[in-house]
Design a protein around this ligand. Structure first.
Ligand code: NI
Length: 186
């Protein structure tokens, strides 16, 4: 297990379409998952995708099971490893929310995401995961799985008047109070 360097926006490895995992329950896959969690936790993130540490495979981890400082107003998301995920938006309703990304340090933006989502895939042992979720949980999954298709949150921004440096946007610190939307994403 190890904490890896997180690639930053501008690195071409973040722009690739990642390859499906072909074999479950292998030492290599378990080691990758352990490294992703170590790296995510060291950075205080809400999620991390394998391409962010330079591994071009369709693997994401997310969730802490408890609130985290980067997203103080976000409800806890269960600790999850998702391999070869498939996302199916439910309906067309979108929800805006603040997002950041460990590959885009210091910046935040309001990003529209589908509010309701079914996602499925496998855990590292090959067991099937199939969940229907909404709101912040749905946002985190969409953000992380975008990384598997070479997409970073700035590519999803529609209103660039709500895109900027975190410390300028939120000089009092990240909002956690009711009525003030907390930044969301990884
Ligand atoms: Ni990200």
């Amino acid at each position: 297990m190890a904490v890896h360097e997180i690639l930053r926006m501008g690195d071409a490895r973040l722009l690739r379409r990642a390859e499906p995992v072909q074999a479950f329950d292998t030492p290599q896959l378990h080691a990758l998952v352990a490294d992703l969690f170590d790296t995510m936790r060291a950075a205080g993130g809400a999620g991390l995708a394998a391409p962010q540490i330079g591994v071009n495979l369709r693997v994401v981890v997310f969730g802490t099971g408890q609130p985290i400082a980067r997203y103080p107003d976000a409800p806890p998301v269960p600790v999850t490893v998702l391999v070869n995920p498939v996302l199916e938006p439910i309906g067309t309703e979108e929800q805006e929310g603040w997002e950041g990304c460990l590959s885009v340090p210091g910046l935040r933006a309001v990003v529209p995401r589908f509010r309701h989502l079914r996602y499925h895939g496998h855990d590292p042992h090959g067991a099937r995961i199939d969940r229907t979720v909404s709101d912040f949980h749905a946002r985190v999954v969409q953000h992380e799985c975008d990384h598997l298709d070479g997409l970073l949150f700035p590519m999803r921004v529609r209103d660039f008047s709500r895109f900027g440096f975190t410390e300028v946007l939120f000089p009092e610190g990240l909002p956690g109070a009711a009525g003030n939307p907390a930044p969301r994403g990884d």
